[in-house]
Design a protein around this ligand. Structure first.
Ligand SMILES: *Cc1c(COP(=O)(O)O)cnc(C)c1O
Length: 405
């Protein structure tokens, strides 16, 4: 995440640790793709809490389900069976073709579980020094292991020594991966985001994903696809790798799965699902009834309301509107992405657009310095998509026309 323009950084929270460069508003409530701030101003939400609020704000079915669940049980413990875990795991397996899920609370935790699975997969094969292939510009989280897997020096700076056991390669370069595997016989897994999110909306090419699947089969490696941001219908398929017709061995999920309730999951296929046994991994909060209910209800509403098709159609319309609106504008390079995961690549750092968009009543993000990122709720309507483009295109044009200091 990029810090917004420093003019917005005035701290008003002396007791909150200053880990974010925040915009100068606080939100009070929302409805669908719209939110209101505490001063009563309305914003069109093209970020949905960074791909989290899948069903938008105040969705009637989600709210009713959560109210019901809060009145029954919020948390028990993994000392006991949690039937809603089986319900959500079964649904995720049905949708992905995988076989087993472990539940946690966030994206980095899902990725930590994936990395532990990769290491134990190696150890189980007599490899005491397992290595995982990771990618330039990747983002996998902020724990020590996941920031070590992340390919962004800004995320790592100040937190060394990094966790060893990672080999870094460029995205979409199959020969580089074959070389890395040849060079290190301890390789146990290839770990990447199907579409890099924080790195600037950089999709792994479909043939590249198919090539990775082949290499993993040939060399007995785990293919681990971080779908924390691009999964759960965002691209118009349940999981982004399904565009390539492949199935991974390990798939971390989080952001959109609970439509706002903290949740994470790592979903595994047969080669990885039996790697962890009793005592190998655990979490106090992971898989609690409230989070599981949020996951079950989110997926049920997505199915009932056809939100995959909506993400595809509305996303395509939004992408076209942005491309047409910005075509030929000096400084605009391209629009990338699938469905409602869209990046607008400019030729210069554009963090200042965050505050300008806010003034125009629009919530967006800027990532990788020069990419405007849109991750709206999957309930977005065509009229709202048109409105996002109508507000954003003139802002970007004006920004690119103004010489930057
Ligand atoms: C956001 C993100 C994470 C980290 O998730 P947290 O819930 O913030 O820990 C990991 N991987 C990807 C691809 C992400 O977008």
């Amino acid at each position: 995440m990029n810090a917004p323009d420093s003019s917005f950084a005035a701290p008003t929270e002396p007791h909150v640790m200053q880990t974010y460069g925040r915009l100068p508003i606080a939100l009070s409530h929302g409805e669908g793709a719209w939110v209101w701030d505490t001063a009563g101003r309305r914003y069109l939400d093209a970020l949905s809490g960074i791909a989290v609020n899948t069903l938008g704000h105040n969705h009637p079915r989600l709210v009713a389900a959560l109210r019901d669940q809060v009145g029954k049980l919020i948390h028990t413990s993994n000392y006991y069976h949690v039937p809603l875990q089986e319900a959500l795991a079964a649904k995720l397996c049905e949708l992905s073709g995988l076989t087993n899920a472990f539940f946690c609370n966030s994206g980095l935790e899902a990725n930590e579980a994936a990395l532990k699975i990769a290491r134990k997969f190696g150890h189980d094969r007599g490899n005491d020094n397992p290595a995982v292939i990771v990618f330039e510009k990747a983002f996998h989280g902020r724990s020590i292991a996941t920031l070590s897997a992340t390919g962004n020096p800004k995320v790592q700076a100040g937190f060394g020594p990094l966790v060893p056991g990672f080999v870094r390669v460029p995205l979409n370069d199959l020969p580089a991966i074959e070389q890395a595997i040849q060079a290190n016989p301890n390789t146990t897994a290839i770990f990447l985001e199907t579409i890099q999110g924080e790195g600037g909306i950089n999709p792994a090419r479909l043939e590249f994903l198919q090539g990775l699947r082949r290499l993993c089969d040939q060399h007995d490696l785990l293919l681990m696809l971080d779908e924390v941001q691009c999964g759960i219908g965002r691209t118009g398929k349940w999981f982004a790798h399904q565009w390539a017709g492949i199935v991974p061995d390990v798939m971390p999920l989080a952001k959109g799965l609970g439509s706002g309730v903290p949740i994470g999951a790592v979903v595994c296929g047969p080669r990885a699902a039996k790697v962890m046994g009793p005592g190998n991994h655990g979490t106090t909060f992971g898989g609690n009834p409230l989070a599981m209910r949020a996951g079950v209800e989110t997926l049920a509403v997505m199915e009932a309301d056809g939100l995959l098709a909506n993400a595809s159609q509305i996303g395509a319309a939004l992408k076209t509107a942005l491309e047409q609106g910005l075509a030929g504008v000096p400084g605009f390079l391209e629009v990338r992405g699938f469905g409602l995961m869209i990046g607008i690549q400019l030729d210069r750092p554009c963090g200042a657009l965050l505050g300008q968009a806010l003034d125009a009543g629009l919530l967006i993000s800027v990532t990788a310095d020069s990419v405007v990122r849109l991750l709206p709720a999957l309930i977005l309507t065509r009229a709202e998509a048109d409105e996002i483009a109508a507000r954003l295109v003139p802002l970007i044009k004006a920004f690119l026309a103004t010489p930057q200091p």
